[in-house]
Write a protein that binds this ligand. Sequence first.
Ligand SMILES: Cc1ncc(COP(=O)(O)O)c(C=O)c1O
Length: 410
Amino acid sequence: MKYKLAIKGGKPILKKPLPNVYNIGDKEIKAVNNLLKRGPLSDFVGAKGDYFLGGKNVKRLESLFCKKFKIKHAVSFNSATTALHGAIVALGIGPGDEVIVTPYSMSASATCVLMNGAIPVFADINDKNFCLDPKSIKEKITSRTKAIMVVNLFGCPADFDEILKIAKENNLKIIEDNAQAPGAKYKGRYTGTIGDIGIFSFNVHKVIQSGEGGVLITNNKNYAFRAQLCRNHGEVYSGQEVDYSAGSIIGSNYRMTEIEAVIAYEQLLKLDFLNKKRLELVKYLTDKLKNINGLELPFVTKNSKHVFYVYPIKINEKKLGISRDLLVKAMEAEGFPMSLGYTEPLYMLKVFQDKKISVDYSKGICPVCERMYEKEFTFTTVCQYSRTKKDIDLFVKALRKVLDNKLEIL
Ligand SMILES: Cc1ncc(COP(=O)(O)O)c(C=O)c1O
C-alpha cells in the first residue's frame, strides 16, 4: 500500500512508544511489603558464622533454583556481572591464564576475565545462532587456555555437543553465561546446567527480574564455596574449611538483598509461564514474517528450546532491496526501535584496544561477528511479554509499510 514513510515526514504507525515491558505482579508486591514491615532488608555478615551465607530469603531463592534446575548448588549475587566474576574466581582462573570468550555479548561476558587478571581471547561466532563457533574456539586454544565462556545469546542454546567435546579433549572448564536464556534447553538439558558453572541475571531487562541480581549454579561443592567466599569478603575465612589449591580469595561485597531475593523467588515461580507467553508471540510473529524474502528468521537447534530474550533477524540486503541501517532507521521513525547490529565486537572497546598484554584484539579477528554488527543483524523486542498480538500486528504493518514504500528513501 502507498503511504508516506514517517522518516520522510509521514504519519508514524505508532503515535506514542509502546509502554515498557513490566511483569511484576501482586505476589511480588505482597512479598516486598511483608518484608518491609519486618526486615531485615539484608541478612549477610562478612564474618565467619551462620550469616556468612546470607539471610533466609536469599537461601530460599537459592534452594528454589536448585530444585528448578535440578542442580546441587546455587549462589545468589547482586548481578550476573558479579556472578561471572565469582565463576572466574571459583575456577581459580588468574594472571597468565586465558579464557576463550565471544565478541558478541554484553561486555561483562569478557571483562569478568580481566577482573581477575586473566586474558580474554576472542573466538568468532557462527551466523546461525550467533553463539561461539566451535571451529573458531578450537583455533584459539593455547597451552594457557583454562576455560570457555559460552553465552547462550538471545535465549538460544550454543552448540554444546561440539563445545563439550572440545572442552573434554583439551581439559577446559565451561562457564555458561545464561543471563539471556533462563529456561532454554539443549537436547533436553537446561542451559546453565550443561557447563561446570552457569550464570543467570535478574536485571530489569531480563525474562525474570528483581531490578538487579544474579545467580551462579554448579554441581561442584568447592566451586560453590569459592563463589560464596568471593561474594562476601572471603578473606575472613582461612584455614582448613576451604580448598585453596586453586588460590586464595579476596572477596568483595556481591551480596543480594532480601528484597531482591523475595522478588526473584516469585519471578522464578513464573518463569515457565513467562517463557510460554513469549513463545506464543514469537510463533505469531514468525508466521507473519516468514514469507518476506530477504529476512532470515531465527534458527533453533533441533530438539532444543530457544526462549527469545529478543527476536533476532538477519537481513539479506540484496533480496530485501534495502540496507539494514536504512530499514532500522525507517522502522524507528514508525515507532518501532530495532537494534543496529547489537553490540560492537567487544575487542573494539577501549578497554581491549588499550591492552597491555600480548594478545590480538585487532579489527578483523572475528569476521563473522563484524559482518553481523556492521551489516546484517537486527532484533526487535516486540515479542517480550507483556506485549500482545496487537502490538505485533502493528510492528508487521510498519515493516510492510517501509518495505512497500522503500523507493521513497533509496
Ligand atoms: C549475556 C549477558 N551477560 C551478562 C550480563 C550482565 O548482567 P547484569 O546486568 O545482571 O550484571 C548481561 C546483561 O545484560 C547479559 O546480557
